[in-house]
Design a protein around this ligand. Structure first.
Ligand code: ZN
Length: 485
């Protein structure tokens, strides 16, 4: 069932949520402080890098602590350290130390600051094996240290369908920060030991998704995918596969303005634009190509199971099956459809809203399921009263405000189509995230059992009736949705 938040708690959370979303959306590696990333089978972590006398240093205790049992004692001039069963002695300002009774040369002075030992980054390849007993791979220029792991090498597969998709496979789950900008999708891996796919740059024999490149810097690995259409990414396969799809659509020819000139006095910008095109004789196909993308969001997923519909049946599985059916129903009606998840993956509400907003679809449809009630319930956002400001930085909890009239039109159309099919249905408003945070017309449809009870929720026939009604409803209001920028 939907998680309904009260307007007051929404307001309190608004700033944090906005920040979280900006982080998710923005690229922001700017003016980063220096970091080193450490990857090992027991822990992956990053540590700050300190500049001292023209060299880079890292805290020794901080470096070893995640890897084993470590303790230190220092009088400010000397630092004694015990790592597991191994003892070592370090001296402030000296390049030599004793580790397990043997000399070690740092090649630069060891430093003690506030009883903390600092070691030069340039010594790590030699220093760490003395403690760990295993070789390490330190890529100093990128400040990435691999201990007992080869890293995760991505592989690419281009699916040259329409729209084309690029599948990135990883041998272990990954958790990059994903951002998009025109012509590019950027994935930054901070905690994942992702390594080069074998070459810094890969070209694809595809007109839309053209190439990918790999780089690493300041503890981060980065994969960039370039395309000449907007891209969006989703995870499948327990976050081991990232599917990057071009957001492009069958070119739908805009219906010419009605001869009676209905568009003339209308408030509808698409009609007005169309009329203007005709007026200027600029009525060729290119100018009338309209993108028709729908975002379908199966609610819940991964560890977040949603409602327990029966002992066995989790809401997250019903919403995914229902979403796939709805995708099919919309596709056969000429829409391009992006599912926000196409597997049992967890996504936060902010990630869902941000992904939808980035995709610039004409409609966003969230899907839920409940074991009580009958038929379906269609929700539109209930916005907090104080949040309807319309500035450049529109309040995140009221991002939906400008689109709400159209959302209600979509909701009414779904109700009408379901009623035609004698599907019990009700419409209501709720302060329901992420509806409140989506810029485009947005509804949530909650599927409830029919005459056969909870068994209906997994019945393809029952789901298909609901999906077809929703798809027909979206088609019936498509011209009005297309009016959104
Ligand atoms: Zn739910």
């Amino acid at each position: 069932m939907p998680s309904i938040t009260t307007p007051t708690s929404l307001t309190k959370k608004a700033l944090a949520i906005l920040l979280a979303t900006l982080m998710f959306l923005s690229v922001a590696p700017s003016a980063d402080e220096k970091h080193i990333a450490v990857y090992s089978p027991v822990a992956s972590y990053t540590l700050p890098v300190l500049d001292r006398a023209g060299r880079e240093y890292v805290g020794l205790l901080e470096l070893l602590e995640p890897l084993g049992r470590v303790s230190t004692q220092s009088d400010g001039r000397r630092l004694r350290l015990r790592y597991n069963a191994l003892d070592a002695d370090f001296f402030a300002g000296k390049t030599r130390a004793k580790i397990h009774g043997r000399d070690f040369d740092f090649g630069a002075p060891f430093l003690i600051e506030n009883s903390r030992g600092l070691v030069p980054l340039s010594s790590l390849s030699a220093l760490l094996p003395r403690f760990l007993g295993t070789p390490v791979n330190f890529r100093e220029s990128a400040r990435r240290l691999f201990i007992g792991t080869e890293g995760i090498q991505p592989s690419f597969r281009l699916d040259a369908g329409n729209p084309p998709r690029l599948l990135l496979n990883f041998s272990a789950p990954v958790n990059p920060t994903i951002s998009t900008e025109p012509g590019q999708l950027r994935m930054v891996f901070k905690r994942d030991p992702v390594v080069s796919p074998g070459s810094q740059s890969i070209s694809f024999d595809n007109k839309v998704i053209t190439h990918a490149s790999y780089s690493e810097n300041n503890g981060d690995a980065e994969l960039d995918v370039a395309a000449n259409q907007p891209l969006m990414a989703s995870f499948t396969d327990d976050r081991k596969t990232i599917v990057i799809s071009a957001v492009m659509v069958p070119a739908v020819q805009q219906t010419p303005a009605a001869p009676s000139g209905v568009g003339a006095g209308s408030q509808n910008p698409a009609q007005a634009r169309s009329a203007a095109n005709i007026a200027s004789g600029n009525n060729n196909n290119n100018n009338n190509v309209r993108r028709v993308l729908a975002v379908v969001d199966p609610a819940h997923g991964g560890d977040e199971r949603g409602a327990a519909l029966t002992d066995q049946l989790a809401e997250k599985d019903v919403t995914l099956g229902f979403a796939r059916l709805l995708r099919h129903e919309l596709e056969i009606r000429g829409f391009a459809v992006a599912l926000l998840r196409d597997s049992d993956t967890s996504l936060t509400l902010d990630q869902r809203a941000a992904a939808a907003n980035v995709a610039r679809a004409v409609v966003y449809i969230s899907l839920h399921a409940v074991s009580q009630g009958s038929g379906a319930q269609v929700y539109t956002a209930l916005l907090p009263v104080e949040g309807t400001s319309n500035g450049v930085f529109r309040a995140w909890n009221a991002a939906q405000a400008p689109a709400l009239p159209l959302s209600r039109i979509v909701s009414a159309a779904i109700v009408a189509e379901m009623q035609k099919r004698e599907f019990p249905v009700r419409a209501s408003s709720a302060s329901l995230r992420p509806l409140n945070n989506v810029f485009m017309p947005a509804v949530a449809v909650e599927l409830a059992p029919g005459a056969d009870g909870v068994a209906d929720l997994t019945s393809p026939n029952y789901q298909q009736r609901a999906a077809a009604a929703i798809a027909d409803a979206v088609v019936s209001v498509r011209d009005r949705l297309g009016a959104q920028p």
